[in-house]
Each structure stands twice: as C-alpha cells, then as structure tokens.
Design a binder for this molecule. Sequence first.
Ligand code: AMP
Ligand code: ZN
Length: 115
Amino acid sequence: MTPNDCIFCRIAAGEIPARILARTDSALAFHDLNPQAPHHVLVIPVPHISGAAAVGSETEVWAPLMSLATEVARQLGLDEKGYRLVLNQGQDGGQSGGHLHVHLLGGRRMSWPPG
Ligand code: AMP
Ligand code: ZN
C-alpha cells in the first residue's frame, strides 16, 4: 500500500476530511468515523507505517504516538475515570486499516476480556 491508497495518509495530508483533535509533527489524533464508545479517537503516526509489526527497531515511532494519545485523553477529561488504548495488529488482532493506529476509547466502562 502506498500513501496514495491509504486513507489515514490521506487524512494526514488533508485530502480526506476528518474531525481532527490534535496534531504534532509526527502524530495526528482524529475522531473515529464509527465510534465504539462515547469518546473514540484514532491516533496515527504521520508517516505511513503499516502496523505495529512493521515498526521493528524504529522505536522512536512509539513515544509521540502514545504521548499524543494520553494527552488527548487528558484534554477530553478522561484521566479521572479512565480509558482504554487499543492497538489491533493483523488479522487475528482485528486490524482493518492498513496504517498503524492506536484507538483511544473512553466515556463508558470497558469490559474484559475483549471480544
Ligand atoms: P482497526 O479495525 O483497528 O484497523 O480500526 C480501523 C478504524 O478506522 C475503525 O474503527 C474505523 O471506524 C476507522 N475508520 C475507517 N475509516 C475512517 C475515516 N475515514 N475516518 C475516521 N475513522 C475511520
Ligand atoms: Zn498510510
């Protein structure tokens, strides 16, 4: 998949509309189109990376992604009651989007184990 075919790359480039919440040089947070909780935000790295398994030794990807996710959670007022960060990798993980993303879910009590 090239950035041209990738919906999340196109969102990062401003070519597809999204409800953007926060942006840094290396990461972007926007509302999920099909929310699974009162707050459902996707946090992506700006460069195209297909998923967690593709990160390998480029560990510098993680810090901006996780810091933006926790920062947005704070801005949404979720710190006190809590929230869940989810990263689906590959078929068994339930990944459908081909660009690495972390789900931030909050505003309701989550169950465990996940489905
Ligand atoms: P995953 O199943 O972990 O790969 O999650 C992909 C997520 O991307 C799903 O929750 C979709 O609802 C969401 N999604 C797909 N297209 C868009 C879009 N154009 N804008 C916002 N969220 C999207
Ligand atoms: Zn992409």
